[in-house]
Design a protein around this ligand. Structure first.
Ligand SMILES: Nc1nc2c(ncn2[C@@H]2O[C@H](COP(=O)(O)OP(=O)(O)OP(=O)(O)O)[C@@H](O)[C@H]2O)c(=O)[nH]1
Ligand SMILES: [Mg+2]
Length: 301
């Protein structure tokens, strides 16, 4: 006789300072790249949900933008999206870069989480980069600020400690119907994925002010008879000088960005893609509601 097991499903928000490794963790737990990663802070701009099935439970991971002191309308909307992600989560995992330690931004986030009085789990990340004896004092300091139900020491990049984290998350997911079909990986539509992969290459291949003053939108997605797709993306930057850097000598930079992004997109979608990039300078795009809406960010701040 087979026993019917009631489904369990819950939302798990991953929050923390920029560059803590939140997106790396979400990708590692999901077993696929759903969220872009870069060595630069403020890589993630909007909430991304990734679906993980583990021990019969559906764990919906919510990757969030790093939380920092916002200045621009874009920044405010990103930080608001991050806090919004934590609001209705069943568990909130505060992810801390163990090498950076207890910085002021981490302290501020921990204090706000404590006031929200929701179940918090603490995960110290990048343990591959530091001496183990430093971990316990850091965990104790953080727990003094925001008492955590559980504490984990992990390396998202080296995939250390992730099995235990996933097991524990699966164990506490509340009874309830699945929120997503079981074979879904994420809630990111392909047009958004294409734009994000282009932005990831901009973050990786340009420096200083360019990455944080660029945004990417997929303007058109055209299916072709041979099974491939033509994808047209527009990159908006704040200034003509940034446009020149992005394009590079004789167009070399933008070509390299396009090639790398196309390869990633082809690998993820398992199909041939023709990617066309168009760069526009548009001063003040980061204050424009239309541009933020294209990122799925309402002006919440
Ligand atoms: N050595 C090491 N590096 C890591 C680890 N996890 C993440 N990183 C690196 O840290 C950097 C930031 O990673 P992300 O996943 O983009 O960080 P994030 O918290 O999502 O950043 P934002 O989206 O900007 O808030 C990248 O260069 C990652 O490769 C880890 O466990 N060990
Ligand atoms: Mg991120």
């Amino acid at each position: 006789m087979s026993e019917t097991v009631a489904p369990r499903c819950g939302l798990v928000a991953i929050v923390g300072a920029p560059n803590a490794g939140k997106s790396t963790l979400v990708n590692a737990l999901a077993g696929s790249k759903v969220s872009i990663v870069s060595p630069k802070p403020q890589t993630t701009r909007f909430r991304i949900r990734a679906v993980v099935m583990h021990h019969g439970a559906q764990i919906v991971l919510v990757d969030t933008p790093g939380i920092f002191a916002p200045r621009r309308r874009l920044d405010r909307a990103m930080v608001a999206a991050a806090w919004g992600g934590a609001q209705d989560a069943d568990r909130t995992v505060l992810l801390v870069d163990a090498r950076a330690g207890l910085t002021d931004p981490v302290r501020a986030i921990a204090e706000r989480l404590r006031r929200a009085a929701r179940p918090i789990w603490l995960a110290l990340n990048k343990v591959d980069l530091i001496e183990p004896p430093r971990l316990l004092p850091l965990a104790a300091e953080l727990n003094a600020l925001v008492p955590a139900e559980e504490t984990f020491m992990i390396s998202a990049e080296k995939r250390r400690g992730l099995d235990r984290l996933l097991d524990r998350l699966a164990a506490v997911m509340p009874p309830g119907p699945y929120l997503f079909p079981e074979d879904d990986l994420s809630d990111v539509p392909n047009r958004m994925l294409a734009a994000e992969l282009v932005r990831e290459q901009i973050l990786r291949q340009t420096h200083e002010e360019v990455p944080h003053h660029a945004t990417v939108e997929t303007e058109q997605w055209t299916e072709r008879a041979d099974g491939s797709a033509r994808v047209d993306c527009t990159i908006y930057v704040g200034r003509a000088t940034q446009k020149a850097i992005l394009i590079g000598d004789g167009g070399a930079r933008i070509r390299a960005i396009g090639v790398a992004a196309r390869r990633e997109l082809e690998a993820l979608l398992e199909r041939r893609i023709h990617l066309f990039l168009n760069v526009k300078d548009r001063p003040g795009w980061d204050e424009e509601r239309g541009r933020l809406r294209a990122l799925g960010l309402e002006d919440e701040g």
